[in-house]
Each structure stands twice: as structure tokens, then as C-alpha cells.
Design a protein around this ligand. Sequence first.
Ligand code: PLP
Length: 388
Amino acid sequence: MNARAYLDHNATTAIRPEARQAMESAYDFIGNPSSVHTEGRKAHALMEDAREKIAGLVGAFPQNVIITSGGTEADNMALQPGQFGARAGAARCLISATEHPAVREGGGFEASTVETIVVDSEGLIDLVAFDAQLSAFRGEYSEAPLLVSVMVANNETGAIQPIAEISDRVHGVGGLMHADAVQAAGKIPLDIAQLGADMISLSAHKVGGPTGMGALVLSRSDLPLGAPLIKGGGQEQRRRGGTENLAGIAGFGAAAEAAAMDAADMSRIAGLRDELEQRLTAYKGVRIFSANAPRLPNTTCFAVPGMSSETLVIALDVAGVAVSSGAACSSGKVARSHVLVAMGVSDEMAAAAIRLSLGWNTQDSDIDAFFVAWSAIYEKFEIRRSAA
Ligand code: PLP
């Protein structure tokens, strides 16, 4: 059987050898990081070493890294009105229209207290429109504590938001800023101070670490959060209870360190992606979404009108290539991507959207394998289209 080509790294990427090695070694540690004996202290030291590496991915201080069970929990933790203390009842939240469901659905805010920040046809927040929205918001809710959540880069299109400019504006009206950096981490250099965000979400399995691990990174250690979502033994500075997953944390740390190095020079991946897009746009009808926006170097989301993404994902899979559709599948129903809908993409185009995402181990041969499969599928599609 021929090797398969995996082009779905935004869904999850392969575990890096450094992470696998770190996890294997961590299983030799017996101690609970909270124990005072020698074994416990060794486990604690291993955990803190990994925390330092995770912090390094976003230029943060290690003591400001709260380890979680993934990006979803980090997003949920960030979106709690409880962080505004006695004023929680009046708190309001603004989130961009293209956020991941972990932000869209995950917060503790009542639906009636959440407003959407619109995006333009490239999937970007228009800063002039955002200024107008913020001042109208402040006019109406001058006393309300405000939390704004905007992702650094979109998981479907790769579009990169102007987070530093958005953070400035949010702070200008006294709000708190959360940025979901789950997809951006390891693909572009990130620095929490430059982004200006108060809180950043990370996920280990998007950077080559294990699934089920993530972090909420704070800009300062005294930033208030709501009551812990997981209450227990006071771990993570009383912000998240439960005996730590030492091997998972070690794997996350090793992956974060390797991913931070990769992010400093993504020219190899960007070169592969550019070549992919050049070859793709030679096919009639191909439209690449967010093509005019700053984008992650690994992501291409495209559509050919009339070509069903569901059919294409299956056909490519049968031909040995793993990609994902731009449509979100829930409860057995395939829904149009909320990201593309927010960008004003037509139903026909949204139903045809396919995402190709490259990763740290992607090779030329993966791109070639995609084009072997794609050109055969496209040829059949063209024959059917011209016969119709
Ligand atoms: N945020 C974004 C932008 C994502 O793409 C994802 C996962 O796809 C998440 C959050 C959730 O992360 P996790 O899978 O670690 O819960």
C-alpha cells in the first residue's frame, strides 16, 4: 500500500519526536509534583521545565502559564464573567464572528450579554468598523466590564487578525483582551507583550504535542480569573485543580520548544504552500479564501463552485489524501462553515470549501500526492459539468 498524504495539520498534527521522547522519559518519574519528597520534587522540576518551554512559545513568564486539558478548556477559562468579581453580573463580551466553537459556545457569559464583531470578506476585523462598534458599545454600556475575544489566526482560512491594534483599542475603553492563539502558535512568531493580549489560549496537539493538553497564558500573574472551572487540590496556583498530567506536560513542553524554533523560520512550509496554491489556481474556478489577508504559512482554504466538499473529502481520502472540508459536522448534519458565512461567501462556495493544512513533517511528496488525486477528481468533475 502506498503511504498516505496527510494535509490536515490544523485538525491535529503528528507528534514530534522530541515530544514523544519527553513523554516516554516522564513515565519514569514516579512522583506527584505536589509531594514534598525527593520523587515529588523531581516531578515538580520536570513540570516547571516544561512550563518554561510553553511560556517561551509566546514570550511569557512561566509563572503565568496555567496548564489545561486543551485549547477548549483554555478558551472556556478565559471567557468567564467571574473574573470581574463583584461586577460580574453586568459584564459583557464581544467575540469575532469567526471564532472557534470553544469561544463561541464555551464562555460563561449569557448569550444575551455577548455581541459579535463582524469581519470583512477576507475574514479580517475592519479596525474602523471596530472603533465604531466599541464607541457605540461604550455609549450603551458605559459601566459594563468588557471582555473581548479575537483569535490570532483562523483555523479554517489561516487569516491573521491585527491583534495588537485590537488589544490597544480594547484597553483604550478599559476592557480585557483574550486571544485564541491555538492555530497561530508554532506557525508564526508570537509574543504576548507585542500582541497586547491579557490572556492567550494554546493547545499542545496543534504544535506537535499530545492531545488533551493546553494552556491559558496570562500577561501578568495578578490577572484575576473567575472561580476555577475544575475545583480540587489547589494545583496551578489554585486556578485549576487535579494532579498534573506530567507526561502530557513534558510532551507539550518539548513540542512547544521545537515549534517555537520552527515558527522563527517557516520559509520551507510557506514555499510548499505557495507552490500548492500556484498549481491549484491553474485549475479553472478555484477560489482561495482570505487570499488577500495576512495568512498562516501552512493553510489554504479553497473551493470550486459546484464541487461538493463532502464528496471531495471522501474521494481524496479514497485516493490516499487526508484533507478536511470547510463545513462543520455536528449531530450528523453538515452545516455551512460559520467562518465562510461571516465572510459573505455564497452557500454554493461554502458547500465546496476544502482546507489543506501543512505541518512540520509535510514533504513535497505530500503535495505531489494531492495533485495526482486532485487532477483525476477534477477531470471527472469537468466531464460531468460539461455534460450537464
Ligand atoms: N481554538 C482553535 C482556533 C482551534 O482550532 C481549536 C481546535 O481545533 C481549539 C481552539 C480547541 O483546541 P483543543 O482541540 O486543544 O481543545
